[in-house]
Ligand binder design. Structure first.
Ligand code: ADP
Length: 372
């Protein structure tokens, strides 16, 4: 049972990243970050490359020490505790199995190093193999270089579980698997995490994976936390323009507009705003998600269909219209929508996010709908 708290963590690397040869000149990889990860929770971390996701995992694990701030486990200050004494299990994208040891040897390594009894080792390996499923026994007898990517990753996960960690830290653990295997592995991992109720931090660049794995999702940018919440909270109540644009695929369309006495104008078209949207007069920007465009509206703007993409249950139409300041608009249409060269679209104002004309502030967001 472990909760993790980061308090005002600053982590500044003193050299350029030797892998990417980049680094924010003078800007810390983690810039005064505070967050609490609840006991038993899985927190997914997403954000653009280089925003500090991996650094946050390393600071939690003790593989990197912060310049300032504290790492608290269960209310106790662990900032100075060595990684091997933190009870942390890590799974990385490159598996990092011990190449000269069979599956079983990879699992038993921990018990040998920590001088645990043979009986404990055997019992834990047996228990873990049972948890990992029927065919896992076979992998125990094989050398890593004879295993497929998915099999290697299962051994890596089992090697983590066998240690009975208090915390799981996973950094893009299934990014190297092919799509089908990724799907299967993430379901297995989720099942295991549910079973164990181990506090988990899961880094991924894949939004779908973040939603699937995480009880909550944290969005980071340039060493800072932008927002933490469920996917719906991030999607319907983004705290700023960055989160609104980062979350959701196809992405939200941003369009300049003008508010005047309860009505709103885009280009030469004007609509009444619903009562729930209460804005001061002046310039704004609106954010319309693909499903928040209403099709065939009398008061819509006529736009030209540029490209149509088949989604599993709908079609995404990429249309272009006389929209000052916005390039492509993405709208979702039902599968049976007739083929057309032009469509008439209007925003569903109740589903629209309103932003300040400049900067990133949100003036009004639709709020999380009350769905199933
Ligand atoms: P992410 O996991 O989100 O891609 P990282 O945590 O790896 O981001 O990196 C955050 C920032 O810290 C980046 O600017 C990166 O270049 C820099 N960085 C990461 N690791 C090192 C390192 N070992 N030495 C110097 N700079 C680093």
């Amino acid at each position: 049972m472990t909760s993790i708290e980061l308090r005002n963590i600053v982590k500044q690397y003193d050299s350029v990243d030797q892998v990417t040869l980049t680094g924010y000149k003078g800007e810390p990889a983690l810039n005064n970050v505070s967050v609490t990860i609840n006991d038993g929770e899985t927190l997914s971390i997403v954000g653009p490359s280089g925003c500090g996701k991996s650094t946050m995992l390393k600071v939690i694990a003790g593989l990197e020490y912060p310049n300032s701030g504290q790492v608290i486990y269960n209310g106790q200050d662990f900032t100075e505790i060595k990684p091997q004494d933190r009870g942390v299990g890590m799974v990385f994208q490159d598996y990092a199995l011990y190449p000269t040891r069979k599956g079983r040897g990879n699992l038993s390594y921990f018990f040998e190093v920590h001088e645990r009894t043979e009986a404990e080792e055997q019992a834990r390996i047996k228990q873990t193999a049972e948890l990992m499923g029927v065919d896992f026994q076979l992998l125990l007898g094989q050398m890593p270089d004879t295993l497929s990517g998915g099999q290697k990753q299962r051994v890596a996960i089992a090697r983590c579980i066998v240690r009975d960690p208090n915390i799981f830290l996973m950094d893009e653990p299934i990014v190297n698997l092919d799509a089908k295997l990724r799907e299967r592995t993430r379901i297995e991992m989720k099942k295991l995490l549910r079973q164990f109720n181990i506090t988990t931090v899961y880094v991924t660049h894949d939004q779908q994976e973040a939603i699937f794995m995480g009880d909550r999702i944290m969005v980071m940018r340039r060493g800072k936390i932008e927002q933490i919440g469920t996917f719906d909270e991030l999607y319907y109540t983004p705290v700023n323009l960055f989160v609104a644009q980062f979350i959701g695929t196809p992405p939200i369309t941003i369009i300049p507009a003008t508010v005047n006495a309860g009505s709103i104008t885009i280009g030469s078209t004007t609509w009444e705003l619903p009562d729930m949207v209460n804005l001061s007069d002046g310039a704004v920007r609106i954010g319309v998600r693909p499903e928040a465009w209403l099709l065939d509206m009398d008061d819509g703007i006529t736009m030209t269909v540029r490209h149509i993409e088949r989604l599993p249950t709908e079609r995404a139409a990429y249309v272009i219209g006389p929209l000052p300041g916005a390039d492509t608009v993405t709208a979702i249409a039902p599968l049976d929508y007739p083929k057309a060269a032009q469509v008439k679209l209007a925003p569903d104002w109740e589903q629209t996010v309103f932003f300040a004309a400049h900067g990133e502030a949100v003036l009004h967001a639709p709020g999380v709908p009350d769905l199933f």
